[in-house]
Design a protein. Sequence first.
Length: 191
Amino acid sequence: MLEKVIQLDKELFVFLNGLGSTPFDGFWQIITKQIYWIPFFIAVFYLLQKKIGWKNLGIIILFLAVLITFTDQITNLFKNGFQRLRPCNDIDVNQIARIVEHRNSFSFFSGHAANSMASTMFVFLLIRKFYKHTYLLFLFPFIFAFSRIYLGLHFPGDILTGYLFGATLGILFYKLYLQFNKKYNFITKPD
């Protein structure tokens, strides 16, 4: 059964990766780097700060830093535990796929997907009551993680597992944040 799932994952990868085109490779290489998302992050923090103030934003940034660090370390444990080859290193697919970038680390599961979904879920749960179209934040992890398939660095199963893991941790950290807030009652009014 597991072998069938892995085979379907590889076939789906080849299909999705094959949708790419050389003129767009540079675009997706930019999309996959966190540094180019900084204006987006600043905009989200600005919207959040407008509603909760600077002090409370600082506490949320601290929670996000711990969340991303925790997510990243657990992801690395899984990668080193499962040791699944990335598509760019898997001889079953790298001869027929469009491999734009190469990495020597392992694939399962995607840290890009897990971290982006964890942080997005956490922020979404925080600001959904303030803004009508907050669900649009989820475009970030979907576009960000798809870049990994496009570039030949992750299988779809790596991405989906990363999403599930990240969403779960985002919800868990949101609940921890609520408990912290309840205990210390630090959110009253914006600064």
